[in-house]
Write a protein that binds this ligand. Structure first.
Ligand code: 2HG
Ligand code: ZN
Length: 459
């Protein structure tokens, strides 16, 4: 190990190689402080050549690497899989904007740039990077793509992989794949960019990406609605979709329990409604059209819904500050749940029409089997993705298995957007059949025969 550290120091410079326990400790812990595996060392290369050199040296020495971006994974995807076994390679210093093409609506950024910084770079060019997740201030582009992050705008723009046109990737042997093509059409063999998107750092290290932008919206309108049932939430969703599908950028859900916990832990959290409700929907319309009067559209849909007895209360944001305050309520849920005490995360998806059945059946199961459980569900209901989080002292594996059985019965997925990482490996083994896992294992073996890239993740 010492010989490897010397070679890495010679290749990357001493400032890029951390070995002191207090320097490396933060890289071995997930953001909730629930999972911890100390790395053997931490590498912080400054560019793609540095990443390639580090990977080649580690591969030659037979030492495994775990790539790490903003370390915001919900499934412990960014930390080592065992104590004192792997070297963490941080992409944080690869944070440059390489180029923006306004005419082609593309952005080329390095892996360590935060999603927020990439959004701002798009905005400065008069465009929109249509990917928004609660952790965007810390999450980095490389990790966002490697985990195929979803978030709040999936129903309109898709997940991270839908925005990837090209990639630059350091392969497990240290070779660089120069795939930064900014093409809308590139039908030349296997779509390798899509293989690396969502590979969770097990097939190579993404060092830069070409992202697809959209025109910047001229207008946005946002509302928060209180409702009595999940069925009513879905009914309201259908009404907005039927009214103006193209403008429906987000349709988010917060259960009454999740909101109550949230308001208790948010320093400036305030419900902008006259009364609390059993369920809430946060809805955002946006458009590039001129004079679209989206607020009038919202008023019309909510007016009809009120008349039909579908909604209890609603508030429309009247200023940008109010719009951001509404979104802060949604984006703080995760942090509030962390403060409330370790919740068991079930990032599940079902066909959207099955969401009421999912929540009903989960509530019944929890009441019967886990008497101390509080279900604090929220999420991206417009695309069928619910964060069915449960606050309990129960055994996480047993509880996740019970939730996943309901999800599978409804034709859903045990991980909608957070990936498999370390935490969902049992579910992956249980709910993906041998044929599917076998194909993935063969791909892994073909690209990483030595198993040195992100060991212990996914499989
Ligand atoms: C969100 O939608 C994130 O806010 C976090 O995906 C979900 O904390 C969670 O379970
Ligand atoms: Zn989410």
């Amino acid at each position: 190990m010492d010989a490897l550290i010397s070679r890495l120091t010679a290749a990357l410079g001493p400032a890029a190689v951390l070995t002191e326990p207090h320097d490396i400790a933060p890289y071995g812990e997930d953001w909730r402080g629930l999972y911890r595996n100390t790395p053997r060392a931490v590498l912080r290369p400054a560019d793609t050549a540095g990443v390639a050199a580090a990977v080649a040296l580690c591969a030659a020495a037979g030492v495994a690497i775990v790539p790490q971006g903003g370390n915001t994974s919900m499934v412990a995807g960014g930390i080592p899989s065992a104590p004192d076994a792997e070297i963490v390679l941080s992409l944080a210093r690869l944070n440059r904007l390489r180029s923006v093409d306004r005419a082609g609506l593309t952005l080329v950024v390095e892996a360590g740039m935060t999603l927020r910084a990439a959004q701002l770079a798009a905005e400065a060019a008069g465009a929109l990077l249509p990917l928004s997740i609660s952790s965007e201030g810390s999450a980095q582009i490389g990790g966002v793509i490697a985990t195929n992050a979803g978030g709040n705008n999936t129903l309109r723009f898709g997940n991270a992989r839908d925005l990837v046109l090209g990639l630059e990737v350091v392969l497990p042997d240290g070779a660089i794949w120069h795939g930064l093509r900014a093409l809308r059409k590139d039908n030349t063999g296997y779509a390798l960019r899509q293989l690396f998107a969502g590979s969770e750092g097990t097939l190579g290290i993404i060092t830069a990406a070409v992202l697809k932008l959209s025109p910047a919206p001229r207008e946005r309108a946002t509302c928060l609605v209180g409702l009595a049932s999940v069925a009513a939430v879905l009914d309201l969703f259908a009404r907005f979709r039927d009214e103006d599908d193209a403008a429906l950028y987000a349709f988010e859900y917060i259960s009454g329990t999740a909101m109550e916990i949230n308001l208790r832990h948010m320093p400036d959290g305030r419900l902008p409604l006259g009364q609390s409700a059993a369920h809430y929907a946060l809805i955002e319309l946006a458009t590039t059209r001129r004079n679209a009067a989206l607020r009038t559209t919202i008023e019309a849909v909510l007016g009809d819904a009120l008349e039909a007895g579908l909604i209890e209360d609603a508030a429309i944001a009247l200023s940008e500050a109010q719009r951001l305050a509404f979104w802060a309520l949604r984006e703080h849920v995760s942090e509030s749940q962390k403060r409330e005490g370790a919740s068991i995360k079930n990032d599940v998806s079902v066909p959207v029409a099955s969401v009421p059945a999912l929540l009903d059946r989960a509530a019944t199961m929890l009441a019967k089997t886990y008497p101390d459980a509080r279900m604090a569900a929220f999420g991206h209901i417009g695309d069928g993705n619910i964060h069915l989080n449960v606050i309990t002292t129960a055994d996480p594996e047993a509880l996740m298995a019970d939730v996943n059985a309901i999800v599978a019965d409804l034709g859903g997925s045990f991980s909608a957007e957070h990936g498999v990482g370390l935490v969902k490996r049992a579910a992956f083994g249980q709910w993906r059949d041998e044929t599917e896992r076998g194909v993935m294992r063969r791909i892994k073996l073909a690209l990483d025969p030595g198993g040195g890239m992100g060991p212990g993740k996914v499989f």
